[in-house]
Structures are given as structure tokens and as C-alpha cells.
Design a binder for this molecule. Structure first.
Ligand code: PEP
Length: 251
């Protein structure tokens, strides 16, 4: 059984001061909670301060995106080494907002997965279908393609660093959570796909998070599903109390 993990994706929603305050609250509140990996993903500009705020605690820091090159003329971009240097452990890759608002394609996401692992970061690779794809019965085909292409040439050893986050696009920021059974069905499919790609033992050990309007009211039921190993939380991670309640449900 993989250790469960709850990650908070703050997106572009916190100033530096708000990020540090939120991080300090999670650090203090999480002190007594064991058995769950906690990751905070603030905007890039707050990463260093948040890493300092949680230093010495069990709380880890993740970035929301990165570039696949290590250095060079890539205006506005950030490399894995820069993220490591300011205290990042994780990096979210292929988030649906990156895919659909910023046009990130599978080949780019795949390059980022390779670059993150080579740079010593642990990628959280997001996959998930659009509402129209679900309604057309294409969910499994979409997820399978995203896994195959996003993980292309990622061997078994590298794969041990990767967490998969199933985030149905229609559930992100909409208040419409996938029903626990719906989430479980796709998580089981993801594990089966990983088994086909990497073998049973790695598939069993892989961590598969659910993301999409998770909140303190639905977290426990989602986490009870056998293939749900954690949650990637957007909106509810912006309220320290709610985020800690979700962490508590995962512990
Ligand atoms: C997310 O952005 O990854 C997410 C899951 O957001 P929310 O929890 O707000 O749906």
C-alpha cells in the first residue's frame, strides 16, 4: 500500500504574505497528524518562503509547473534546478489548466516528467477527461493515452518517483465531485494500465490521487475507495482548517 498523500494546489490565489500564513497554519496543525504525506504547492514566487515556513516539519513543498530544459533562453520559465534550490520536493505536471488553458501537449508533459525526475523532483502527473469525453464514453481511452504518452520512455526505476493524480476536468473547481464509485472505477483502470506498463508490483505501489472539488465533507468517502491513495486539493486547500480536515481524513 502506498502512503497516502494530500497536496494543496493554491494556483494563482495567494500573495506571498497569504501563502506564508497559510503554510504556517498547516505546519502547526499538521504537527500531530501522522501517516500522510502533506504537500503545499504555492505560486512559484512564494515557494522559497513557504519552504522556509515549513522547514523542520513533515510538510513538503511542490511547484505547480516547470520547464523541461535545464537552462537557457526561455523567458518566464523555471527549471527543476531552480525549484530544488528553493526547497521543492514535488512538482505538479500536466494539470488540466496547463493542458487546456496553456495548450500543453503530451509530448511537452512527457519531457517535463523526464526533466523533473532527472532534476531530483517527484512529479505529480495529472490525467483526466473532459466532460464531453466522459459523455462520449471515452474516459478510459483518454486516460490510457495520457498515461502512455505522458510516461513514454519513463522506465520502472524512474516511475517509482511518480504520483498519478486523476483529475476529471469537469470536477475541477466546479463543486461537482466525482462520486466515490466513479473515482474508484477510473483509479482501478489507472492501476491496471500501470500494471500493463510496469508490472504488478510497481502498479500496486504507485500512488494515485484523486482531484476535483475534494472537500472536508467528501474526503473520507473518496479516500475509503481501495484505489484512491490521496487527494489533490484546489479550492479547499486555501482554507487551512478545511485542508487540515482533509489531511486528517487521509491519516
Ligand atoms: C485542482 O486544481 O487540482 C483541483 C483539484 O481543484 P479543486 O479542488 O478546486 O477542484
Amino acid at each position: 500500500m502506498p502512503t497516502s498523500m494530500v497536496a494543496g494546489n493554491w494556483k494563482m490565489n495567494t500573495t506571498l504574505a497569504q501563502a506564508v500564513e497559510l503554510a504556517a497554519g498547516v505546519r502547526d496543525g499538521a504537527g500531530s497528524l501522522a501517516g500522510v504525506d502533506i504537500v503545499l504547492c504555492p505560486p512559484h514566487i512564494s515557494l522559497q518562503a513557504v519552504a522556509e515556513a515549513v522547514r523542520g516539519s513533515a510538510v513538503k513543498v511542490g511547484a505547480q509547473n516547470m520547464h523541461f530544459e535545464t537552462t537557457g533562453a526561455f523567458t518566464g520559465e523555471i527549471s527543476s534546478a531552480m525549484l530544488k534550490e528553493v526547497g521543492c520536493t514535488y512538482v505538479i505536471l500536466g494539470h488540466s489548466e496547463r493542458r487546456h488553458l496553456f495548450g500543453e501537449a503530451e509530448t511537452m508533459i512527457n519531457k517535463k516528467v523526464h526533466a523533473a525526475i532527472s532534476g531530483g523532483l517527484l512529479p505529480i502527473l495529472c490525467v483526466g477527461e473532459l466532460l464531453g469525453q466522459r459523455e462520449a464514453g471515452e474516459t478510459e481511452a483518454v486516460i490510457e493515452r495520457q498515461l502512455q504518452e505522458g510516461l513514454s520512455q519513463v522506465g520502472v526505476e524512474k516511475m517509482a518517483a511518480v504520483t498519478i493524480a486523476y483529475e476529471p476536468c469537469w470536477a475541477i473547481g466546479t463543486g461537482k465531485t466525482a462520486a466515490p464509485q466513479q473515482a474508484q472505477e477510473v483509479h482501478a483502470f489507472i492501476r491496471k494500465t500501470l500494471e500493463g506498463l510496469y508490472g504488478r508490483s510497481l502498479a500496486q505501489e504507485s500512488r494515485i490521487q484523486y482531484g476535483g472539488s475534494a472537500n472536508p465533507g467528501n474526503a473520507a468517502e473518496l479516500l475509503e475507495q481501495p484505489d484512491v491513495d490521496g487527494l489533490l486539493v484546489g479550492g479547499a486547500s486555501l482554507k487551512g482548517k478545511d485542508f487540515l480536515a482533509i489531511v486528517d481524513a487521509a491519516g
